[in-house]
Design a protein around this ligand. Structure first.
Ligand code: ADP
Length: 503
């Protein structure tokens, strides 16, 4: 749908990953779909990303749009131009030696952060700044730059020093990742000395790239209303809660949408059997296929739990490990896990899978098509994240009629409605929600989910189909971002270096 009812904005969307070019997590889903949703609303939006080899390969055909000479980098930076979905222009920043290496955008093949990450992403930010100020020779000046996570945190800080600049919005996808480096790194980056200030980038004698975004952006957003409140507390503010509270009049929580063009059981090319709300009964064909694919006994009366995600404490992977023995006691329960992360957790899961091949299937690694088949084939999706800024898998689960069991935190609290007797009666329930990330609380909820599955099938079907009917498309979120963009353009924030004091 194209709407030209509001004046068109020129928006530069800056991200360190974007689906389908390169993905390590939810940020890629957002950067791959929000720009398209904005473009569908008639906005002139362009995406800027580092030129990782995978991204270059996926974005072909590419042309060299311009070249740049940037401070702190010996060599010529090329700006390659392609298109996302054949529609949204993409600029890939090609700085030889910095992004053209194997592995993931942030770590080497062993999962260790690249030692020069500060240099890599500072260079990326400097290229974004030159493009934003229309000094790159692209003949395009954005009204607003939308930055995402610490990798783009320097952009608002560098732009704040410019007389005439585009507005800036900075989105926090996960405050647990801050891009903190030491003073020597700050010096190597040849940043202006006045940025070494507690109102600016300095953070407990180190410097923090995410602080550049939080202190300097005209508006800050995060990916759910509940997480926007949680990051103002010491428990989830990671030392930045004071600064965030100071800026809370310019902090908004906007739920991520999902791309139903990619995640829809009625048309998903990755799943063996399509289904929708009217043909929910067909979903179990996907269960049969998944059991066969992963070597589990094929039983359509099994209650199949699925989990997909990074195997780290934030995602509650250790909690899954602790409830595993209890789950195995239920004769009809099976469990499928897809993920990678903490080597100790990976080892434990492999071992358990080896001991109980009739109950557990574990796939260590990253596998997008399998993720779709797990969403389609499971009955329950387990997502016990300790904290969750938004979370996407529970949204995919809802769409696939795979009832989520989640912790009441962040975006999980905002998107899953607990199957209490009252919510079941008034028809609002979509899943099971536990209040605390501890075993007692989780077990109370798992026990009631298992008991509920044992009731007449119509009850379960009603709960699952209600989840399928929820609308988490980008429509309302893209509109919300547009409103924030306009506010940011209309009311630039004061430079934090001019704040009287912070704390
Ligand atoms: P985060 O960004 O914190 O990792 P999100 O729930 O926001 O978590 O997004 C994770 C995204 O990555 C989802 O699209 C999820 O399906 C996908 N994902 C995570 N791990 C895997 C995996 N091992 N294989 C395939 N997809 C995965």
């Amino acid at each position: 749908m194209t709407s030209h009812s509001t004046p068109q904005l020129k928006i530069l969307f800056a991200s360190s990953e974007a689906q389908p070019l390169i993905k390590t997590g939810g940020l890629a889903d957002v950067a791959g779909s929000l720009p398209i949703a904005l473009s569908n609303r008639g906005q002139d939006v362009r995406l800027v990303l580092p030129a990782y080899p995978q991204a270059v390969k996926m974005a072909i055909p590419l042309t060299t749009a311009t070249t740049l000479e940037l401070p702190g980098y010996r060599g010529t930076v090329r700006v390659l131009e392609g298109a996302l979905n054949g529609r949204v222009p993409i600029y890939l920043i090609d700085a030889p030696g910095l992004f053209d290496r194997p592995g993931n955008p942030y770590t080497d093949a062993d999962g260790i952060d690249w030692g020069d990450n500060a240099k890599r992403f500072a260079l990326f930010c400097r290229a974004i700044v030159v493009i934003s100020l229309n000094r790159a020779g692209l003949n395009w000046r954005p009204d607003l730059v939308h930055c995402n996570d610490w990798q783009t945190g320097l952009v608002p800080a560098l732009l704040a020093g410019e007389g005439s600049r585009p507005a800036t919005v900075f989105t926090i996808h996960n405050l647990g990742y801050q891009g903190n480096f030491d003073r020597a790194t700050f010096d190597q980056l040849e940043l202006a000395e006045n940025l070494w200030h507690h109102n600016a980038l300095e953070f407990h004698n180190n410097f923090s790239l995410i602080k550049g975004g939080i202190a300097f952006a005209d508006f800050i957003t995060t990916v759910s209303p509940t997480y926007a409140r949680e990051i103002l507390t010491p428990a989830l503010g990671y030392g930045l809660e004071g600064l965030l509270r100071y800026r809370s009049d310019r902090l908004r929580g906007v739920l991520n949408g999902i791309d139903y063009g990619v995640w829809d059981p009625a048309s998903d090319p990755a799943i063996p059997q399509h289904y929708d709300t009217a043909s929910f009964g067909l979903k179990k064909v996907n269960k049969t296929h998944l059991q066969r694919e992963l070597g589990l006994p094929v039983k359509d009366d099994a209650l199949l739990f699925g989990h997909i995600g990074r195997l780290v404490e934030q995602k509650g992977a250790d909690l899954i490990m602790q409830i595993l023995p209890g789950l195995l006691k239920f004769a009809h329960v099976q469990l499928v896990i897809l993920g990678s992360g903490d080597p100790a957790l990976e080892r434990y899961l492999r071992q358990e899978c080896g001991k109980h091949p009739d109950k557990i299937a574990v796939v260590i690694g990253y596998n997008e098509p399998l993720a779709h088949r797990i969403e389609a084939g499971s009955d329950i999706f387990l997502m016990p994240s300790r904290y969750e800024p938004c979370g996407l898998n529970q949204l995919y689960s809802l769409r696939y009629g795979t009832v989520p069991i989640v912790h009441r935190t962040g975006g999980l609290a905002d998107t899953v409605i607990d199957a209490t007797p009252r919510n079941l009666l008034n028809g609002s329930a979509t899943g099971f929600v536990f209040n605390w990330p501890d075993l007692a609380s989780i077990w109370r909820t798992i026990d009631s989910a298992i008991a509920f599955y044992g009731r007449p099938e119509i009850w379960w079907r009603k709960l699952a189909v209600n989840g399928m009917k929820q609308d988490f498309s980008w429509n309302s979120s893209a509109q919300h971002y547009l409103e924030i963009y306009r506010e940011a353009i209309d009311s630039p924030a004061p430079n934090p270096l001019a704040w009287r004091s912070l704390l």
